[in-house]
Ligand binder design. Structure first.
Ligand SMILES: Nc1ncnc2c1ncn2[C@@H]1O[C@H](COP(=O)(O)OP(=O)(O)OP(=O)(O)O)[C@@H](O)[C@H]1O
Length: 243
């Protein structure tokens, strides 16, 4: 459970988020929508522990992780992130990136390798173990960034428009895969998008930020399309911004 309670953030004279309160049950998949500059990335950065709120608190699974005085570090709050700039390490192969991301704590080689193999297979990059980022396509790079975020089995996955450069079909496929993985891992997933059509069938709830306020809408079960129907629907909607 994520509990954002009366969180406010300002930059200079401007209020970015004003007294925002949201509760997200564990395992839900959320879309975060709103006009450019409305504060979507700011909200993700707060959840990730990259920024402190000016007021209010954030709890993750009951643990107080953010207050104006205190910030639990990103690696201590079980959050995985994939941001627009994928930040892949150019000098490391696919395997090395995942090996590094597993962390130094896991010293048992067999378990370590098992985890990396599972992560590769989850995002279908088994054939690219020895490739460097510059040898991967756009979609493969996105998959690697996703595998790297997932390998520590975070309870929360934050995605800030990570697939914005991809064609509609590939983006759609990746989003469906993420939803599947999130369900398998019982992981809360929050992704920023500009397309309502993208959000509609993928998520349990939509959060819209406007003028510093957040509106939350729980999707009805019959609003969610089945995965089988989703691709066509999404391709049809990609001509413009959703809202
Ligand atoms: N480091 C910073 N210094 C000054 N202003 C900032 C900084 N980071 C963000 N902002 C401002 O805060 C506001 C919210 O930014 P944020 O990136 O959260 O918006 P967003 O909704 O994610 O936008 P977009 O959809 O364009 O990515 C914007 O007006 C932005 O200019």
């Amino acid at each position: 459970m994520i509990e954002i309670n009366k969180v406010s953030v300002g930059l200079g004279d401007r209020t970015i988020l004003a007294d925002v309160s949201v509760r997200v049950p564990a395992g839900q998949c959320l879309a975060l929508l709103g006009p450019s500059g409305s504060g979507k990335t700011t909200l993700l950065r707060l959840l990730a522990g990259l920024e402190k709120p000016d007021a209010g608190t954030i709890r993750i699974n009951g643990k107080l992780v953010s207050t104006p005085q205190k910030l639990t570090a990103p690696y201590d709050r079980s959050v995985g992130m994939v941001f627009q700039e994928l930040a892949l390490w150019p000098h490391m192969t696919v395997w090395q990136q995942l090996d590094f991301a597993v962390g130094a704590d896991l010293s048992n080689k067999k378990i370590r390798h098992g985890k990396i193999e599972a992560a590769l297979s989850r995002v279908k990059l088994d054939a690219f173990k020895k490739a460097y980022p510059h040898q991967l396509s756009g979609g493969e790079k996105q998959r690697l960034a996703l595998a790297r975020a997932l390998i520590q089995e975070p309870e929360i996955l934050l995605l800030d428009e990570p697939f914005s450069g991809l064609d509609a079909e590939l983006k759609n496929r990746l989003l469906l895969e993420i939803r599947k993985i999130a369900r398998e891992m019982n992981m809360t997933c929050i992704f920023v998008t500009h397309l309502v059509s993208e959000a509609e069938y993928l998520v349990d709830r939509m959060l819209t930020i406007r003028n510093g306020r957040v509106r939350s809408r729980q999707m009805q079960k019959d609003e969610a399309l089945s995965a089988d129907h989703a691709p066509n629907r999404l391709v049809c909607h990609t001509g413009g911004r959703g809202r």
